[in-house]
Ligand binder design. Structure first.
Ligand code: ATR
Length: 274
């Protein structure tokens, strides 16, 4: 049976094994998909051993996405611009190829599942770490009019804006000025505050009249941002479960050459209370 795995730390609550098994059932494919908890010190060795033992594909999640990118011999365009990878695929002679499907997954969730036309929208990106790097280019490619990047430490926001290199559309503001920078049609929370159990203090004035607020995480990590968004009057407050299922579908297609149906899997995870 073909072996797949997701590597992260922590990893016990990962939905990736469930999602990939559900996709595999759609095609009658038999596979094993494990969740592997590995710390940063052992990540590279454990991943290389997994592939040396015949592993066919790996997903990579926090905190290893930059390390996954670093150890790959071949890197897709999306992984290169983000500087991080969430999918590893074996090449010949023990070499690995890195992909990043996060940004595509987010945009597909927004535009297809939530029917949002991003063209002409003003977007606010909170955070400038790995998660923000994984989605910023894709939001611009999807046609947002402007992307305002705000990060607690301004240097990281500036570095992301510089890397994008489109000053007319992508620019930064200071976190301390959030109350004075107006309102947005789309607000994406790409900070790790929720995962760390910290509530962001955000002014309601950020939320535009028909705004969609999106947290890249899901479950308890997203709840503080989403309840802020609802209180502030957002028309939609959405967690990142749909993005997770979409990014998994891209990995599945890379590995198996077949495109799974995501909506049925998304709905069943929702029904199970995710
Ligand atoms: P990830 O891969 O989840 O993006 P990361 O690369 O460590 O993780 O980035 C974490 C992001 O969340 C950063 O943008 C960080 O801001 P700083 O660069 O200022 O550290 C942001 N972040 C984490 N905790 C935060 C908090 N309490 N308030 C605001 N931003 C926070």
């Amino acid at each position: 049976v073909a072996q797949f795995a997701v590597f992260g730390h922590p990893i016990s609550h990962s939905l990736s094994p469930t999602i990939h098994q559900a996709f595999a059932r759609q095609f009658g494919i038999e596979l094993e998909y494990r969740a592997v908890d590995v710390g940063p010190a052992d990540f590279a060795a454990v991943v290389h051993r997994f592939f040396a033992d015949g592993g066919r594909g790996a997903n990579v999640t926090l905190p290893h996405k930059a390390a996954a990118f670093a150890l790959a011999a071949q890197r897709s365009v999306t992984a290169t611009r983000a500087g991080s990878a969430n999918v590893l695929t074996p090449l010949a002679a023990g070499r690995l190829a890195a992909h990043n499907t996060d940004g595509d997954g987010l945009v597909r969730d927004l535009t297809e599942r939530h029917d949002l036309d991003l063209r002409g929208h003003t977007a606010l990106l909170l955070g400038a770490g790995g998660a923000a790097h994984g989605v910023a280019w894709n939001l611009l490619d999807a046609g947002v009019e402007t992307l305002t990047i705000v990060n607690r430490s301004p240097a990281a926001a500036d570095a992301l804006a510089d890397a994008i290199g489109d000053p007319a559309r992508a620019h930064t503001r200071y976190w301390g000025d959030l109350a004075d920078i107006g309102s947005y049609d789309l607000i994406v929370n790409a900070t790790s505050a929720g995962v760390l159990g910290v509530a962001l203090q955000l002014p309601p004035s950020l939320v535009g009249a028909r705004a969609l607020c999106y947290d890249l995480s899901y479950g308890p990590a997203a709840s503080s941002f989403l309840s802020w968004a609802k209180t502030a009057g957002a028309l939609y407050a959405v967690d990142g479960l749909g993005m997770l299922v979409e990014t998994a579908a891209d990995a599945f297609e890379l590995w198996h050459g077949q495109r799974p149906d995501t909506e049925s899997v998304y709905q069943s995870l929702r029904q199970q209370g995710t």
